[in-house]
Design a protein. Structure first.
Length: 227
């Protein structure tokens, strides 16, 4: 598929997905992303005689490249979030077996910018917390995945909110995995768009665009446009 055809497909897919998402909005607000505005611009440019064909093609290519980059980020972040949930769940299950008399259900997970993991909350002693943190920080797959979540979420927020200047460093030490997943899951409704996804896993593994759209509202709830 050549660049022009790919761009047209990207435009069509983005517009189709956003049209479906728009049906669920009960509040009328401007949700046009930076990518949509980039895509829309060539239409007006083409009607302006002073703009050359080369400039139109360059602008279209920039819009296409921007979309490709962000769709790749969304895919990676979605996969990383699923991995983070899975690995942390496995860790708590294993520790619950080793410590059957201790309730680890409220134990949450944070990460610092250097990649180190922190266990937050939970009714456990400081000695046990230190021991568990030492163990969980040996899980390089979890650390890498959670780091991608922090980095990717910043890109996702900026993608859906052209006015945002959030960076990944704004999230380190502030994300709590359980809190984040709960906030994300609340963006789905039994009678709204995405109602066919019932479990957290199904919701996380939905289309990457739907995942990103819901997560953007979960961590940056300007107006709950999913309500």
């Amino acid at each position: 598929m050549d660049i022009k055809s790919s761009l047209q497909k990207s435009q069509h897919d983005l517009i189709s997905n956003n049209a479906a998402l728009t049906k669920t909005k009960s509040t009328t607000i401007d949700t046009q992303s930076r990518a949509e505005k980039l895509i829309a611009a060539p239409t007006s440019i083409e009607n302006t005689a002073v703009v050359s064909e080369e400039e139109v093609k360059r602008f279209q290519q920039e819009a296409y490249d921007y979309n490709v980059k962000n769709f790749e980020i969304q895919d990676k972040t979605q996969a990383a979030f699923a991995t983070t949930l899975k690995e942390f769940g496995k860790f708590k299950d294993a520790q619950s077996t080793l410590h059957p008399n201790i309730d680890l259900s409220t134990l949450d997970l944070a990460q610092q910018e250097d990649g180190s993991l922190q266990l937050v909350g939970g009714n456990i002693t400081e000695a046990l917390r230190a021991d568990l943190e030492a163990q969980i920080n040996e899980n390089e797959e979890l650390k890498s995945a959670y780091k991608q979540v922090h980095e990717g979420m910043a890109d996702i927020v900026r993608y859906f909110d052209v006015n945002s200047n959030v960076e990944a460093k704004d999230f380190y030490g502030k994300f709590r995995l359980n809190e984040l997943s709960n906030s994300f899951e609340k963006q789905f409704h039994d009678d709204g768009f995405g109602q066919d996804y019932h479990t957290l896993e199904e919701k996380v593994l939905s289309s990457s665009l739907l995942f990103s759209y819901k997560m953007a509202d979960a961590i940056n709830p300007r107006v709950n446009i999913s309500a």
